[in-house]
Design a protein around this ligand. Structure first.
Ligand code: CS2
Ligand code: MG
Length: 402
């Protein structure tokens, strides 16, 4: 029986920081797991290096479920983004190894294809409504069937999701960038620019919008009502989701579909949202919600309540997550959509073999495992740099949800 011989924590920063776990077995098989937690990368790196790696050496790499239970229940302290991201990295690396040992792509181990491809959405944005409309046109031109639209609110530095340069990267400063926010300005402006997108492009393209945790439930209800005739694919993170009950008030007032979950990291954190159908899409992801093993549990629960998947897929989730996410997305029955912002060219110098993007859909590699290789030499060219996500402050100076 092969055993786990090595567990390396690899940190690189090809345009942004990534933490990757590489597990090597006594048979020489290797597996990769994404362990990136944007703005708190070193916490996960230490959790893996100092606490989990010593427990993995000598274990049977084939025992994925047992390892998951051992690391989850064995920690005593449960849940949370650092713990669940570290466990996710081990889980995904072991699925990668299992696929390589079986000579099969991971999606085949998860039940094979349920669909021909994985519908994705990209991020269109603009410093003005006109810039946003041109960005939507550019993505539609490239064949995307679904676009998220975000524009800067005039006078507000804290508008979420507006790209500067070629790729949107919110963790861009060595200390948190403090950005001004006004809910009133946003509620007055955002429905208008989303309406302009529908005016110019009609209903032939899926239109998504990320509120990014910024509204109270009643404000989110008001926003949802105000855009009902725009038939959004979803409004995302309308209100902070620690209080799952809060979504009931939004639900009572609007038919605009709701998506949430990218900052939630376990089935228990989305259980009420799913079982009481307070949301339409669950956004939990492979890298932050305990890996493939736990994400499948979440998605299977969601399927019982007609909640579809809509996994997070921003630039701070590495190509290893993209590959693992596509393996899950292509196989689950209740797939909804997959976020795909893409990565910098430098990122693809480090991570080779990312899933193919064609016709607005991602397609899994047919290589055994996840199909991703990690180039250590390239990675060494991009040393880690401390980076923080922004902090939002209301106009009175008090901290708001970023
Ligand atoms: C966003 C993310 O992609 C999304 O839906 O919410 O860009 C999020 O802000 C970042 O992943 C945070 O690191
Ligand atoms: Mg989001």
């Amino acid at each position: 029986m092969a055993t786990i011989e090595r567990a390396e924590v690899l940190i690189t920063s090809p345009g942004r920081n990534f933490v990757t776990l590489r597990i090597t077995t006594s048979d020489g098989a290797t597996g990769l797991g994404d362990a990136t937690l944007n703005g708190r990368e070193l916490a996960v790196a230490s959790y893996l290096r100092d606490h989990l790696a010593p427990l993995l050496i000598g274990r049977d790499p084939a025992r994925i479920e047992d390892t998951w239970q051992y690391l989850y229940k064995g920690a005593y302290w449960r849940r949370g983004p650092v713990t669940m991201t570290a466990i996710a990295a081990v889980d995904v690396a072991l699925w990668d190894i299992k696929g390589k040992v079986a000579g099969l792509p991971v999606y085949q181990l998860l039940g094979g294809r349920s669909r021909d491809g994985v519908l994705v959405y990209c991020h269109a944005s603009g410093a003005s409504t006109d810039e946003l409309l041109d960005d939507v046109a550019a993505y539609a031109e490239k064949g995307f069937k679904a676009v998220r639209a975000q524009a800067a609110v005039p006078g507000l530095s804290g508008s979420y999701g507006v790209r500067k340069g070629t790729i949107y990267e919110p963790a861009a400063t060595a200390l948190p960038d403090e950005q001004a926010w006004s809910t009133e300005e946003y509620l007055d402006f955002a429905p208008g620019y989303l309406g302009k997108v529908r005016e110019r492009f009609g209903f032939g393209i899926h239109l998504l919008h990320d509120v990014h945790h910024r509204l109270t439930p009643i404000e989110a209800a008001r926003f949802g009502k105000s855009v009902e005739d725009l038939r959004l694919f979803w409004m995302e993170d309308p209100t902070p989701a620690e209080n799952q009950e809060a979504f009931r008030l939004i639900r009572q007032h609007t038919t605009t579909p709701i998506a949430t979950g990218e900052v939630l990291t376990s089935i228990w954190d989305v259980q009420q949202l799913i079982t009481e159908q307070l949301i339409d899409y669950v956004r939990t992801t492979v890298v932050h919600a305990g890996g493939i093993t736990h994400l499948r549990r979440i998605f299977d629960l969601a399927a019982l309540y007609q909640v579809r998947t809509g996994s997070h897929g921003a630039t701070d989730l590495s190509p290893v997550t993209t590959a693992a996410a596509v393996a899950v997305d292509i196989s689950v029955p209740n797939f909804g959509i997959q976020e795909h912002m893409g990565h910098t060219p430098a990122t693809y110098e480090v991570f080779h073999g990312a899933p193919r993007l064609e016709g607005g859909m991602l397609h899994p590699s047919e290589a055994p495992g996840l199909g991703i290789t990690y180039d250590d030499e390239a990675a060494a060219r991009f040393p880690y740099e401390p980076r923080y996500l922004p902090v939002a402050r209301r106009l009175d100076g008090s901290v708001h949800d970023w």
